[in-house]
Write a protein that binds this ligand. Sequence first.
Ligand code: SAM
Length: 338
Amino acid sequence: MNPADHGATPVTDDLAERTRSWSAYWSSGALHSCVGSFGGNYAGEVREFWRALAATLPVGARLLDVATGNGALPALFIEDVPEARALQIDAVDLAQVQPGWLALAPEAVRGRTRFHPGVRAESLPFADAAFDVAVSQFGLEYTDTARAIAELRRVVRAGGTLALVLHASESLIVRQAREELRHLAWMLDEAALLDTGARLCEALALAATPEGIRKLEADPAAASLRSNYNALMSQASDRAERSSCPDVIVDTQQGIAHALMASRAAGSALVGQQALAALVVQLRESQLRLRELVECALDRPAVEALLQASGASLDRLVELRFDNRELMAWGLLARLPG
Ligand SMILES: C[S@@+](CC[C@H](N)C(=O)[O-])C[C@H]1O[C@@H](n2cnc3c(N)ncnc32)[C@H](O)[C@@H]1O
């Protein structure tokens, strides 16, 4: 991305739509947004990056996590900073996040960890110099960075730490997001797989009775719809087989198959069509989040421009990698002006 372009709110200015999409995602209970890559919390080099920072935090340090989601970073810090060092955590996110894990944490930790859903990084409800350190993982780049950085400079004390994990334009995560976007565009728009499934619900509802089956057998339009649907499903399977990230296709195929079966079982087209309409909403929301991800990813000049805009002095800028050595993200550690 051209660094000059960065700082604009990505993809869409429709804040309500972005908030809804992320709130829906976090309501699933996911701890973070890379569930395909890490089963539990983040691990490997990215975990080591945060662990190294945790080791430097003084007793009672006040930490702000920007764009926290369901609190993957607060959960890491709570695990990695000994309780005697009593870290104070505030975590903000635009979305209505649901960090269910916090209810299971010890009471002392709960008392020192506060989530602030519905709070934008560009307008933080904290006093000047309230924090020693600001962190963000796959978060700051989603914001209007110029305004969010101005807020971070206000709420973090002079000489405080800024630690960021940022999407990298050529990372595996971003490459896979681009591929998933191509799958979604194909299923939703080019091949209109879900629309075809919705029309087939009519036929499946008829197939609930012997009389309906006789009608269907005599209807050339129904036969043509069925063969069109079968051809699209087989193209979808071919795409999935060739893809390094086939889950979105396989899950959608299963969703459509379930909707069709539901129409047949209930003898009602509407039952399956409603299930498919809900699936389309889910896929469109996922499309929005993936577009945001791709558009906010940074190349090295853009990271350097971000650092310059923050006025912070750089301690470390590293490429964080997955265990298979594929690029995962940028890791940036800097000190805010004193
Ligand atoms: C990719 S998720 C990352 C969540 C979390 N940090 C993690 O590593 O799992 C991006 C998050 O940024 C949040 N977000 C986007 N724009 C924001 C803004 N302007 N202010 C606060 N949060 C924002 C979204 O709601 C979403 O939860």
